[in-house]
Design a protein around this ligand. Structure first.
Ligand code: SAM
Length: 286
């Protein structure tokens, strides 16, 4: 079958099947072969790989993944896309489509069954309404994942890879960078999709680290501190921590911890590195 990655073929498929786009599922289908090639290259897919694709749509990216990988499992929530996928992927013997909500899939069991428990590669043009739960769910869980290469809202990609002191730096940057090394592979304009999204997009690859980027005694406390310090961006870190309903440290405890790790009492959270948040957490956590 001719590849789907062009506007004519995509429109033909959609019309033939009387498919209606569902806004609530974040459906924006890729129609640009060049972008698809970039995604496959950024993900570094080889014939040894088992790939989990999130949200195959009509199968445009799945066709490329099937050609590059050993095996692909694609998870799609919209039942109306399942018969279309059967047709567009009929030629590929190495693809399995699962009709499910990705957030409900037991990915650890899938990795065990399909890849002998060895790390997999995750790829997808993500539904933007659930980017963070998908990405953070994969990173925080013990599921063996080597890398996650995904199309996300451009602004989210910038936040994932931002460093201290920049406008885009925040809790998401620190959470992602604790577990993974981000690499921004491409910016993708709205005209590469049908229908066109209202925002710019970008492809980001997150390569999971063997060990988290920093050592910290109480991971949960560190992330509470991070959330509290970015929850009130305009305030000093000390005030952000003091006002957080999640935390119960006194003004004196916070001042002592900051001084103990060599930070000024009026420092802002957005200037701290991940190592400094870890040190602060250890200082406060005792
Ligand atoms: N991969 C296709 C492409 O690039 O043309 C479609 C990408 S589209 C941005 C997102 C896809 O994810 C849609 O097909 C949508 O139905 C599906 N989707 C949305 N929410 C989902 C969920 N919770 N679980 C699995 N798939 C989901």
């Amino acid at each position: 079958m001719e590849k789907l990655a062009n506007p004519q073929k995509t429109i033909e498929m959609i019309q033939k099947n009387h498919f209606n786009f569902q806004k609530r599922y974040g459906q924006n289908f890729l129609i640009d072969a060049h972008v698809l090639e970039k995604i496959i290259a950024a993900a570094g897919i080889t014939k040894k790989d088992f790939v989990l694709e999130i949200g195959p749509g009509i199968g445009t990216m799945t066709q490329y993944l099937a050609e590059a990988a050993r095996e692909v499992t694609a998870v799609e929530i919209d039942r109306n896309l399942i018969p279309i996928l059967e047709e567009t992927l009929a030629e590929y013997g190495n693809v399995t489509v699962i009709h499910q909500d990705i957030l409900k899939v037991d990915i650890a069991a899938l990795v065990k069954e399909k890849n002998g428990g060895q790390p997999i590669k995750v790829v997808g043009n993500l539904p933007y309404y659930i980017t963070t739960p998908i990405v953070m769910g994969l990173l925080e869980s013990a599921v063996p994942v080597e890398s996650i290469t995904v199309m996300v809202q451009k602004e989210v990609a910038l936040r994932m890879q931002a460093g201290p002191g920049t406008r885009d730096y925040g809790a998401l940057s620190l959470a992602v960078q604790y577990y993974a090394e981000p690499y921004l592979a491409a910016n993708v304009p709205p005209n590469c999709f049908i229908p066109r999204p209202g925002v710019g997009s970008a492809v980001i690859r997150l390569t999971r680290r063997q060990e988290p980027a920093v050592t910290v005694r109480d991971e949960k406390l560190m992330f509470s501190l991070i959330r509290a310090s970015f929850g009130q961006r305009r305030k000093t870190l000390a005030n952000g921590l003091k006002n957080s309903p999640e935390l119960h440290f006194s003004k004196e405890q916070i001042a002592a911890a900051l001084a103990g790790i060599g930070l000024a009492g009026n420092v802002r959270g957005e200037t701290l590195t991940l190592s400094q948040f870890a040190a602060l957490s250890d200082a406060l956590g005792g």
